[in-house]
Design a protein. Structure first.
Length: 332
């Protein structure tokens, strides 16, 4: 416990000095910086290679700290925070005047969430005790690439260039938070996660508006994102088998993430990982599986399309964006 407290204290001190610290959340590992420190934000964007107009999410320790970042808390925000915080939900709200343009992409809104990972909460509380009321924490990877869900993934991306990497084990959720815009008259989902749109609508007891071109820009909203360097194709079961056979016949090694039924029919020239049957387990292992397959040096990654349905919608979102950016020199 003493060692744990020392690590948290050292990380909080580093963040207060404007340094970058990676830490776990329940979704993915974040690359943390003081959300009120312009120089630290510039350093974070440079480390990730992130476009400067692409907004980031402010992470806070508790609901009461929201007042430091927003000029008003709409009723819908209170309802969703009471039901889902701490947890994998981000709220887009009207920003307070002092909030930096560099974390909002110059917009009049700011995205905020309260993570549930105990290490994240301890770090955020330690920062708050030092007068730092929130940390921006985009995924701790190079921009556009596969998000990290273990400390080892972060080290593979950044080595020893960060002030500290807090190791909290594998992330429990495994894909990024659901983002809900509550800054306007009618709430709308801007990014899907494992908290479904149906669940949001049920909590608010109202239909959600559709996201459109006028909606705020949000983290992870680009068409190409979360991408491996190896080209990736999303195919149905028959398509996976046929594509694997074709590439294998040409002497190519292929990496495949699919159900046990599909994997049983593939040739020995395939590198395979079994896909989980349940959405929660699939999401929790998704990025780790993609990183494993990407490192094999195969000509292509084939992923069997997951089942349809609202519980799988966030997973489909990540896979579609990963396929769009896969194989590009600079995804996103």
């Amino acid at each position: 416990m003493i060692q744990h407290d020392r690590l948290i204290s050292a990380a909080a001190e580093a963040l207060c000095r404007g340094e970058l610290v990676a830490f776990p959340t329940e979704t993915v590992y974040g690359l943390g910086a003081n959300a009120a420190d312009e120089a630290a934000i510039v350093r974070l964007y440079a480390a990730k290679g992130r476009p400067t107009n692409h907004p980031v999410i402010v992470h806070i320790a508790r609901f009461e700290h929201l007042q430091h970042w927003v000029r008003e808390i709409p009723p819908a925000a209170g309802v969703l925070a009471a039901a889902c915080w701490p947890g994998p939900l981000t709220l887009v709200l009207p920003r307070a005047p002092k909030v930096l343009d560099s974390i909002t992409g110059g917009q009049d809104t700011v995205a905020v969430r309260c993570p549930s990972h105990p290490l994240a909460i301890a770090l955020l509380e330690a920062c708050a005790a030092r007068g730092v009321w929130g940390l921006v924490a985009p995924s701790a990877n190079r921009f556009g690439r596969i998000s990290p869900t273990t400390a080892a993934h972060v080290r593979a991306e950044f080595g020893s260039t960060l002030a500290q990497i807090l190791d909290g084990g594998p992330c429990a959720v495994g894909i990024e938070s659901t983002i809900v815009d509550v800054s306007g008259a009618t709430p709308r989902v801007l990014r899907l996660g494992m908290l479904s749109a149906d669940r949001i609508a049920s909590l608010l007891a109202t239909p959600l508006a559709a996201a459109d071109a006028a909606a705020p820009r949000v983290s992870g909203g680009l068409a190409a994102h979360y991408a491996p360097r190896t080209p990736l194709q999303l195919l149905d079961a028959a398509g996976c088998a046929a594509r694997a056979a074709t590439l294998g016949g040409l002497g190519h090694r292929v990496a495949v993430l699919a159900s046990a039924r599909v994997l049983a029919g593939l040739g020995k020239d395939c590198e395979t990982l079994p896909a989980a049957d349940a959405p929660a387990a699939y999401a929790q292992s998704l990025y780790a599986n993609l990183r494993t397959l990407d490192a094999l040096g195969c000509v292509e990654i084939l992923v069997e399309q997951p089942p349809p349905g609202p519980d799988w919608a966030g997973i489909h979102d990540r896979l579609n964006r990963a396929a769009a950016g896969a194989g590009q020199a600079d995804a996103g």
